[in-house]
Design a protein around this ligand. Structure first.
Ligand code: LLP
Length: 404
């Protein structure tokens, strides 16, 4: 393993570290699982959108699943081929649709009838034919945290199967829409295969009936992301079994499989390194206060998500402690009742599995600068985003300041 002490003094803390070799192994494992068919892995850049991370996957042949025009531009900048970029999302602004059309990306994933009509009008105005897919909401419970469940009618995502059918018929007859794909994504951190199998079966049946009944020829079968990872003691889905379920659902159909993993590719590549500021005892409660906070890593506060917390080269008898940050919120914690040895000022703590939805969900709350990001590859470390500065944080406001 790398020398965390040395990295902490070189780059300071709090700090995100990403093991690029692990990311590559994850990508290759998934790509291999789908080798029986044409497939495209479109990395869900929302999980970790550092340009160097996206570029790392682009070099392996990855596409990008994007949820804003900003993410589309990041993917392009990082070297992803435009014909491998998908633009999803439940609400896209006119300017975003226009820009996506201008960039001529692989497809725009539609999530409502209203959005289809908007895109059609924009494409007409621009004299273009928009390649689209439609996100089907199969009304299946993915058995995950309610905040990251997306495939039920009670969730805002996608359209019902009957509405999708209607949309495909309309799009197929339109001069400005080209229905090339179909999409579903039922949730994130999935550890059960059955809901994916059910959803894939339903959507594959829809593809068959669209072809037979209305002559719509779909080329891309986009199964979304969602593959879960081990944070604590979960049993994740085996990628080979995952792929088999999809291959079975598509039997007899000639489609390119697209999948959009985010967490699977990056979560366990990430380490969040933070230093102990102080220890304190409030009554019977032991607190370890560190220099990182919920603004840097939000998952524990937002989802009560578990992340393994370890010390670096500290010995001693372990007792339970809450590991908390300096932000002025009781919800600012990384772990509760974590067994830790006695800690001193400047001791190091690692929060694991933080390569997905870590930095991308960071904010400047409490006027805290966002941490630096470092890539680890072939025994070397390299800065891929520098720590923000206070001057950068206030730059957009300073010019409007009056009477000082
Ligand atoms: N495709 C679509 C359409 C998505 O909405 C998502 C994630 C993905 C792919 C990638 O899912 P993954 O493979 O990473 O599970 N912030 C939450 C996760 C939100 C996921 C949103 N959509 C968290 O920290 O757990």
């Amino acid at each position: 393993m790398v020398d965390l002490k040395q990295l902490a003094s070189k780059y300071k803390t709090p700090l995100y570290l990403y093991d690029f070799t692990h990311m590559q192994a994850q990508y290759e494992q998934l790509k291999q699982a789908f080798s029986a068919r044409k497939s495209l892995i479109a990395y869900a850049v929302k999980a970790n959108s550092n340009l160097s991370v996206i570029n790392h996957f682009a070099k392996m042949g990855s596409g990008a699943d994007c949820v804003s025009i900003g993410e589309v531009k990041r993917a392009l900048k990082a070297g992803v081929s435009k014909y491998k970029i998908i633009f999803s999302g439940v609400g896209k602004a006119d300017e975003e649709l226009e820009e996506a059309l201008k960039e001529d990306i692989l497809m725009i994933n539609l999530e409502s009838e209203a959005e289809m009509h908007r895109l059609e009008a924009i494409a007409q105005k621009m004299g273009k034919k928009a390649r689209i897919s439609i996100r089907v909401n199969p009304n299946i419970d993915p058995q995950t945290h309610p905040y990251i469940s997306t495939g039920l009618h009670e969730n805002k995502f996608g359209v019902e199967i009957d509405v999708a059918k209607k949309m495909y018929i309309h799009a197929n007859a339109s001069d400005h829409l080209d229905p090339v794909g179909i999409h579903f994504h039922i949730g994130s951190q999935l550890t059960e295969l059955a809901p994916i199998k059910e959803a894939a079966g339903l959507v594959a049946d829809l593809v068959r009936s669209l072809k037979a009944a209305v002559g719509v020829e779909i080329k891309f079968f986009d199964i979304g992301g969602g593959l879960g990872v081990i944070y604590k003691d979960e049993t994740p889905i085996d990628p080979a079994k995952y792929a088999q379920v999809i291959l079975d659902a598509l039997e007899g159909q000639d489609l390119t499989i697209v999948c959009e993993p985010g967490r699977f590719l990056t979560a366990n590549a990430g380490y969040f390194l933070t230093r102990v500021l102080y220890e304190k005892q409030n009554g019977s409660k032991r607190f370890v206060i560190v220099d990182g906070a919920m603004n840097d890593l939000l998952r524990p506060s937002l989802y009560n998500a578990y992340h393994k917390i370890e010390t670096v080269e500290v010995e001693g008898e372990k007792t339970p402690a809450n590991v908390v940050g300096p932000v002025c919120e009781s919800g600012d914690f990384f772990g509760k009742e974590v067994e830790l040895p006695p800690l001193e000022h400047n001791d190091l703590i690692v929060v694991r599995s933080t390569g997905a939805y870590g930095f991308t969900m960071a904010s400047n709350y409490n006027t805290r600068v966002k941490p630096a990001e470092v890539a680890l590859e072939n025994g070397k470390d390299r800065l891929i985003r520098k720590r923000e500065t206070f001057e950068e944080l206030i730059a957009d406001e300073e010019e409007f300041l009056q009477n000082v």
